[in-house]
Structures are given as structure tokens and as C-alpha cells.
Design a protein around this ligand. Structure first.
Ligand code: ARG
Length: 571
């Protein structure tokens, strides 16, 4: 719904037909070429005519001049030629009224792209490794993944969120050995995942001195693989303890998964795929291991079976993809992981293609950059980890004390502090393009003044409070009376929401929404400071401004919720 661009493109295309026949300019082509000038004083929309010069065999300025004289549409108050550009100024009042009224009429559905009807998208995200710390490195997969799910849902897709838990592998042999030697049920129940991580760390320390522990661990894992009841019970318990912790974090973020089928779920689904790889003549033996050679595609071989016949991470992903296709018949299956796994995904995507599954094209890997804190890179091995729960707890506590300082009085301070504290971290994280490496600065994330989550949520609460003061029935529509610059600017930003949503989906980039939120907050706050709202000159103006406020509340609330942020009405 690129309202403004589409309106201009239609007028341009019609004019071009008269002016430049037999050459033509299609509406779609023009929509692609139209640009929003960086500075409003140059107009609201511009068509750079330079690229047209070859097809139309005229100088860019000549093209712009001819079009300026011929293009007519009541939506635009002026169409001018400046250099090689055709600049459009919209009729502010008519246009703004149309946008705000559209938002008010469509409400929560405003901006929803019509992309996904009847289609299913599977999203594989968060997916931590059981009994290992859930740390700041998982923030990316968790919030990018969930935002992408919300965005796709908004676009009408049926979405299946899968937490592909790392719940299988030799680490469980180690844990079982460690637990039997040094563990204590009550202590571990009480300590939850921290106690498990401690056991794991102790195992590694002791195995340094006594390498036979590793043999014991291998034997314990084999027993687990053979479905020994006692081992299975311990394994289930480890998963349950870990999930207990993950769920605390997920609850704060409002995340719920449709499936927690982790790696273990695919154990009995691998042989069929391995057979298929073999039948396709793809399997080679390399130093005892079975691999698929990918030299032709400039990649190292994809490992399918270890020397001892045990399966690997790619093997499980291949089986999982086939299972998901058969179960959900997805159009796309999206995997969100750190950029460190790019090669892994490229390799096994290629193997699926070579196996002859045509739907490999629907597999999408969405990578993201690293996170450091105060400049220090995080490493699980050296113990330099920041747990997500600690990060959230710290943010919530700080926000709580800032709110107290500011004398905030909300009905539910604790819930508000949680929404704002957690939201601050999410917003800060999603402010950058996902591939960028981020250095996390708590101070910056929590500031109420900068371009932060608290600032955005505060702006939302401001709109809510205005509407509450004005009363339920107010601000239901806009009349196209002359409007001030702040109003037109706010309407312009509101009109951009649909295309930002589409772009975010197309590029798998929730940060487009974060940046949109900042644009909208800036426009609304300028409007709020420059225009009298509750005390407007007359009833029509007051009603109009309240309608602008209501439309902002709707779009801002929707945008925040699309990036996993809660929207308290009072802060
Ligand atoms: N558990 C993995 C990790 O922590 C991420 C899993 C991603 N999903 C997948 N299907 N490979 O690195």
C-alpha cells in the first residue's frame, strides 16, 4: 500500500504515454524509481529522470520538464522540474486526512501486507543447547526470530515457531556421569540450570586430570542412545530444568513456541535421509567419516556420519527439514542463528538440493552479528558469559529505580518496570541492522532521553494519556481543514508504516521497524510540543489533533508489539 508513490506513478505513466509514445513507462517501473527526498522542503516525492534518458532518448531535464507540464492529479498541489528531477508536493490537508482516517478505520490491521494468505512459514529460533548457559549471545536469535514470526503473522502467514533445542549429544553422557558422581537431587532442583552448568564445568575440570572420565561419558551417552530407562529419566529431567529457566526469559519477552522438538526428536528420522543421500550417490568416505563432497561449490565437505557411525549436527538438520516439510508443508523455513553458522547452513541446504528436494529453495538462513559488552567479546569456554536472565534482571532493577526517582506512579509498578527494562534491551539490540556487531552499553539502552526503548514506550504512554483525558469518543476522524507542518509530517510518517513492514519482511530485518518507531516518535513528539491538542483553537481542530494522536497510538502500539515490546499505557 504505497499510497503516495502509487498515486504519482499512475499519473506519470499516463502522461508518459502521451508524451513519449511509442516508448512507455509502466506504473510498477515508476513506483520502483520514485524516491522520498531526504528533506521535506524539496517536496514529498521525487522522480530522478537520469535513468530514463537512455530509453526516452532525451536529456533528463527535458524529460522532467515535459512531465512537469503534463502530470496532473488532485492529490498533488504542485509538480515541478528541478534539474533532472520531477518533484511532487502533495496536497497536505487532503493527503493527511486520508492517511489518518485510513489508520483509524483499519485500526490494528493498518499496514498489514497481504502476502501470506494460505501459506505457512516455519521459524526455527532461540534453540539453546540444554544444560548450557542461556546467554546474551542468544538474544539475537530469540528476538530477531520472534519478531520475524510476528511480522509474518501480521502479513497473514500461518506461522510455526520451533525451538530446536540442542537436546542430544555427548554432553549428556558427561552430565550423567557428573551427576552420578557429584550431584545431589535437591541441590540441583533448587539451583536449576546453574547447578547443571556447574556440574558440566566440574566434569571438564576433573577430566583434565583423569581422562578416563571421558570414556565413562561416552559409555553413558551410548547407554542413553540405547534408551536405557534410568539414563532417559535423567536426560528428561535435565531438559525440564533447562526449560524452566528459558521459560522465565521467554515469558518476559512474551514468547511461546508451537513446538519444542529438539535435535533428539530426529534420531529415528535420520536413517531414511542418510539412505537417500547414499542412493543419490552423494556419500563419500573421507578418513573413515561419511561426507558429501561440496568442492564444486567451493565449500568443505558436509559431514553426515562420524567414523564411529554416529550422526552430526547437519544430519539432524537435514532430517528435521524433511520432517517439517512433510508435517507443515511450509513455503519458507527460516533459521535464525549467529553468522558463525553460515557455512553450516549453506552446506546442508546444498545437500538437500542435491538430494533432489525442489523445496530447498524455501529454506532461509537469517544470520546476525556478534554481541560484546563494554568491548569484551563473550566466550562460553572461558566463562565470560552474561546470562540473559541477569541482563534482564539488571535492566528491570535500574528502570525500577529510575521510575521511583522520577516519581512515576503507575497502577502496577513492577510489571511496568519489567516491560520497560526488558523492552529497553530488546529495542537497543534491534536498533541496528542484524549483521552489525554490537557493543552493548546498558547505560545507553536504559536512557529515557535517547533513541531508546523507554523513550518509545514513554511516547506511547503519552498518546494514551492524552486520549484518556479527552475521553472515549474523541478523535475518531479527521476533517481535511488546513494543517500545520507538524501534522503533515506526522501523517507522512504514518503513511510509511505499510512499506516499512513489507521491507522488514522482505529483508528479514526487524530493525526497519525499530527505526520506523523512532521516526514516528520524533514526528509525534514534535507535533505534541508544537500543536495545542486538548486546548486547540476550535472543536474541529481539537478533534483532528486527537485523531492524529489516536492514529499514532494505533501504529506505534502495533510497531512496538512487532518487535516483541510490551506497551504499558502508563509509565
Ligand atoms: N542449538 C544451536 C546452537 O546453539 C542452534 C540451532 C539452530 N537451529 C538449527 N536447526 N540448526 O548453536
Amino acid at each position: 500500500m504505497k499510497t503516495l508513490k502509487l498515486t504519482a506513478a499512475k499519473a506519470i505513466s499516463a502522461a508518459a504515454e502521451e508524451l513519449f509514445a511509442p516508448a512507455t513507462l509502466s506504473v510498477e517501473e515508476v513506483v520502483e524509481m520514485l524516491e522520498y527526498p531526504p528533506d521535506g522542503s524539496m517536496g514529498d516525492l521525487a522522480l530522478p529522470c537520469f535513468k530514463l534518458s537512455r530509453t526516452l532518448r532525451r536529456a533528463p531535464a527535458q524529460i522532467a520538464e515535459a512531465l512537469a507540464a503534463a502530470v496532473k492529479d488532485p492529490a498533488f498541489s504542485s509538480v515541478e522540474c528541478v534539474g533532472g528531477y520531477l518533484n511532487f508536493k502533495k496536497d497536505a490537508a487532503a493527503f493527511s486526512a486520508r492517511i489518518v482516517n485510513t489508520v483509524l478505520a483499519e485500526g490494528d490491521r493498518y499496514g498489514a501486507p497481504d502476502l501470506g494468505k494460505g501459506k505457512t512459514v516455519v521459524l526455527d529460533y532461540s534453540s539453546p543447547n540444554v544444560a548450557k548457559p542461556f546467554h546474551i549471545g542468544h538474544l539475537g536469535t530469540t528476538v530477531i526470530g520472534h519478531s520475524l514470526k510476528l511480522l509474518h503473522e501480521f502479513a497473514g502467514y500461518k506461522c510455526i515457531g520451533i525451538n530446536h533445542l540442542g537436546d542430544w549429544g555427548t554432553q549428556f553422557g558427561k552430565l550423567i556421569v557428573a551427576y552420578k558422581k557429584w550431584g545431589n537431587r535437591e541441590e540441583i532442583e533448587a539451583g536449576e540450570i546453574d547447578a547443571l552448568v556447574a556440574l558440566y564445568v566440574r566434569f571438564h575440570a576433573e577430566a583434565e586430570a583423569d581422562p578416563t572420565l571421558n570414556d565413562e561419558a561416552r559409555a553413558a551417552f551410548t547407554k542413553l542412545e540405547q534408551h536405557d530407562e534410568e539414563s532417559l529419566a535423567l536426560w528428561r529431567w535435565f531438559i525440564e530444568l533447562s526449560l524452566r529457566e528459558y521459560n522465565k526469559t521467554y515469558r518476559m519477552l512474551g514468547i511461546d513456541f508451537d513446538s519444542y522438538n529438539g535435535e533428539s526428536f530426529y534420531t529415528d528420522k535420520m536413517p531414511r535421509q542418510i539412505e537417500k543421500i547414499r542412493e543419490a550417490g552423494l556419500l563419500e568416505i573421507d578418513d573413515g567419516a561419511s561426507v558429501v563432497n561440496l568442492e564444486k561449490w567451493n565449500m568443505p565437505p558436509c559431514l553426515i556420519l562420524k567414523r564411529d557411525g554416529s550422526t552430526l549436527y547437519p544430519t539432524r538438520d537435514i532430517a528435521a527439514a524433511v520432517y517439517r516439510k512433510e508435517t507443515y508443508d511450509f513455503e519458507k523455513c527460516i533459521y535464525v542463528t549467529s553468522a558463525g553458522q553460515c557455512l553450516h547452513f549453506a552446506q546442508w541446504f546444498k545437500v538437500l538440493e542435491l538430494m533432489g528436494y525442489p523445496w530447498y529453495e524455501g529454506l532461509v538462513h537469517v544470520p546476525y552479528g556478534t554481541v560484546s559488552i563494554g568491548g569484551a567479546k563473550l566466550a562460553t569456554r572461558t566463562g565470560n558469559v552474561i546470562l540473559l536472565k541477569d541482563l534482564f534482571a539488571q535492566a528491570i532493577e535500574k528502570v525500577g529505580s529510575i521510575m521511583k526517582e522520577k516519581g512515576a506512579e503507575t497502577a502496577d509498578n513492577e510489571a511496568t518496570a519489567e516491560a520497560v527494562g526488558v523492552g529497553a534491551i530488546v529495542f537497543y539490540y534491534l536498533s541496528n541492522n542484524r549483521m552489525r556487531d554490537i557493543n552493548f552499553l546498558m547505560e545507553d539502552a536504559l536512557s529515557f532521553d535517547g533513541n531508546t526503548g523507554p523513550y518509545a514506550q514513554y511516547t506511547y504512554a503519552r498518546a494514551c494519556s492524552l486520549l484518556e483525558k479527552a475521553g472515549e469518543g474523541s478523535g475518531k476522524s479527521v476533517a481535511p481543514i488546513p494543517m500545520c507542518a507538524e501534522e503533515s509530517e506526522l501523517a507522512r510518517v504514518l503513511s510509511l508504516f505499510p512499506e516499512r513492514v513489507e521491507a522488514a519482511i522482505e529483508e528479514y530485518e526487524p530493525s526497519f521497524i525499530t527505526r520506523y518507531i523512532l521516526d514516528l516518535c520524533a514526528a509525534f513528539n514534535r507535533f505534541y510540543h508544537e500543536c495545542k491538542i486538548l486546548s486547540a483553537e476550535n472543536a474541529t481542530e481539537r478533534e483532528n489533533r486527537l485523531a492524529f494522536t489516536r492514529a499514532t497510538k494505533t501504529v506505534l502500539g502495533r510497531a512496538l508489539s512487532l518487535i516483541c515490546m510490551k506497551t504499558p499505557e502508563k509509565i
